[in-house]
Design a protein around this ligand. Structure first.
Ligand code: ADP
Ligand code: MG
Length: 559
């Protein structure tokens, strides 16, 4: 379609507005234009957080020489032409606002070549008007360079954050488009450093590897769902790889990156009962549906979309993710790091154990094992008495806390996010030859859990850092127990579980310790979230459960 200025009645219907808030908005608009132009390679360069320079080059369709200047007129677009088109938008842009808005707040240079032209065009704009125009040879495609952004808008400049923050917003925009368009090769240079590079081979997992790292890339579960109207696809993390905030949730509707509280809720509901409090999944969800099923003309930056059938969209996404979580995928990866206690799936019973050398399985879903319990009191400073929908629970406070800590420590370790406490004053520890030998063979393993222990001469060692869970306890005792545990040949427990077990046991609340109501409630709340709430890491029960039926029978109310 040629570029044309939209008729006033169309303009009056578009949700126009200021689209250039910060440098990342410029990047977003330019990258969207390159994608709309069918580019297979897009390279972005930014300097000084995008204030000094933003340059986006593509190998797309280009702008013909006769239209280059028109592209900078307000409401000039080649993507829609009349009111009818507004109801079924399939391009990312449609308002003809980005180029004029950008050239109003920065110096812009465009060089472009379309197949219809024998030579390319170059245009330089200042304060929104063309200051220079010439023919310039170049390959097919378009390069837009934006310099001195907001120079004449000191108020806007002041509002911007540091160069690093603005650069990270730019990287965030690029990451999302790379996820949504894995078949496009993206490169991002931030202050001349390569910050992102996607291969363009069409595999979303490869992009996830670039952005979130190998562990997630290999563990992510495939999402797939479709009905007659909507198709849902993408990748979601297994519950064991949850993240502390929602910034790892990405949604694309017809490949447009959108914010959507509705889709966030659908995703989190699919994980209901599977994540600890304050944990959130990683999800990259693509939704495709006929363009007339959505309205993208609701937000100036086109960052929000309205579904015609909200409930149906919600249900489709939730079900597709639930389907992915229910499957037990087997992914191969080099370094085996998965919680390997047997777990029970919500939808299927399965028990499995991973040996260290086996290809890794991603844990099937743990059953949300405990109902919500109401704490009633403490017995003998050792047991917590609680009531649930199915009767009475007596919970061993030490065993329960051990279970909670054990899962937490292993989860942190598998994400390589163990909390470490550096010691201001290093502690000296004297080890027996046997202990010393265990230390030497396990030094690297212990380091993964947060221990920094240096040899100090003879059999003395200096402890410089410890896992945060043991920081407030007798650390020397913790290390001795741990080395002892590692030396034991008791069973085939993997070393990481031995360490986690020992740390959990050492740090857990003791029997005989009085707890406040608040502490008991917190403990029970955390136990409810545990994957295996009913046993401690050594396999002993954490609780005795008397069902309502058992109670009634004991009291002779039923026979
Ligand atoms: P919109 O994307 O809403 O149409 P823009 O102001 O972003 O509005 O762009 C105006 C027009 O310029 C587009 O409709 C398109 O025809 C053309 N254009 C902009 N960038 C490119 C590009 N990288 N490659 C090809 N054409 C482009
Ligand atoms: Mg555009």
């Amino acid at each position: 379609m040629p570029i044309r200025v939209l008729a006033p009645e169309v303009v009056s219907k578009i949700a126009a507005g200021e689209v250039i808030e910060r440098p990342a908005s410029v990047v977003k608009e330019l990258v969207e234009n390159s994608l709309d132009a069918g580019a297979s390679q897009i390279s972005v360069e930014a300097q000084g957080g995008g204030i000094d320079l933003i340059k986006v080059s593509d190998d797309g369709a280009g702008i013909s020489a006769s239209e280059v200047e028109l592209a900078f007129c307000r409401y000039a677009t080649s993507k829609i032409s009349d009111l009818d088109d507004l109801g079924s938008i399939s391009s990312l842009g449609f308002r003809g606002e980005a180029l004029p808005s950008i050239s109003a707040v920065a110096e812009v240079e465009v060089s472009t070549k379309a197949p219809v032209d024998t030579i390319g065009s170059y245009v330089y704009l200042r304060k929104g008007t063309v200051a220079r125009r010439e023919n310039r040879a170049r390959p097919l495609g378009t390069t837009v360079a934006v310099r001195r952004l907001f120079r004449y808008l000191p108020a806007r400049l002041k509002f911007l954050k540091s160069v690093n923050t603005e650069s990270s917003h730019i990287a965030n925009v690029l990451s999302h488009y790379a996820l949504a368009f894995p078949e496009v090769r993206f490169t991002l240079l931030l202050d001349k450093r390569l910050s992102l590079h996607s291969t363009g081979n069409g595999d979303m997992r490869d992009v996830v590897n670039q952005i979130y790292g190998l562990e997630l890339a290999q563990a992510m579960l495939e999402v797939e769902g479709r009905d007659s109207i909507i198709k849902v696809s993408g990748l979601v993390s297994p519950p064991s790889l949850a993240r502390p905030n929602r910034s790892y949730l990405s949604f694309f509707i017809n490949r447009r990156w959108v914010r959507s509280p509705l889709l966030v809720r659908a995703t989190e509901e699919a994980y209901h009962g599977l994540l600890m409090d304050g944990k959130h999944p990683v999800a990259i969800i693509n939704i495709s549906l006929p363009p007339e099923e959505i309205d993208v003309n609701v937000h100036p930056a086109k960052a929000e979309v309205k579904f015609r059938h909200e409930q149906a969209a919600f249900a489709s996404v939730k079900e597709a993710i639930e389907g992915a979580l229910a499957r037990v995928p087997v992914a191969t990866r080099a370094s085996a790091k998965v919680l390997s206690f047997p777990v029970t799936s919500r939808r299927q019973q399965s028990t499995w154990v991973v040996s260290e050398k086996e290809p890794i399985s991603v844990a099937p879903l743990p059953i949300p094992g405990l109902p919500v319990l109401r704490v009633m009191g403490q017995l003998a400073n050792t047991y917590i008495i609680a009531e649930g929908p199915e009767g009475l629970y007596l919970i061993d406070q030490h065993a329960a806390h051990e279970r909670i800590l054990f899962e937490r420590i292993l989860a942190q370790w598998s994400r390589q996010e163990v909390e470490v406490q550096g010691l201001l004053q290093p502690i000296t520890i004297e080890l027996s030859p046997r202990e010393e030998q265990m230390l030497n063979t396990n030094r690297e393993n212990l380091a993964q859990f947060g221990f920094t222990i240096e040899h100090f001469g003879s059999r003395s060692h200096l402890v410089r850092a410890v896992p945060a869970v043991v920081a407030a306890t007798d650390t020397i005792e913790a290390i001795r127990t741990l080395l002892d545990k590692l030396a034991s040949k008791e069973n085939a427990t993997p070393w990481e579980e031995k360490i986690a077990e020992s740390l959990a046991c050492h740090s857990a609340i003791r029997a005989g310790q009085q707890l406040s109501n608040e502490e008991m409630r917190e403990l029970i709340r955390q136990l409810e979230q545990a994957k295996q709430p009913r046993t401690c890491p050594h396999g002993r029960p954490t609780m005795i459960h008397l069902t309502s039926y058992q109670l009634e029978r004991e009291f002779g109310r039923v026979s």
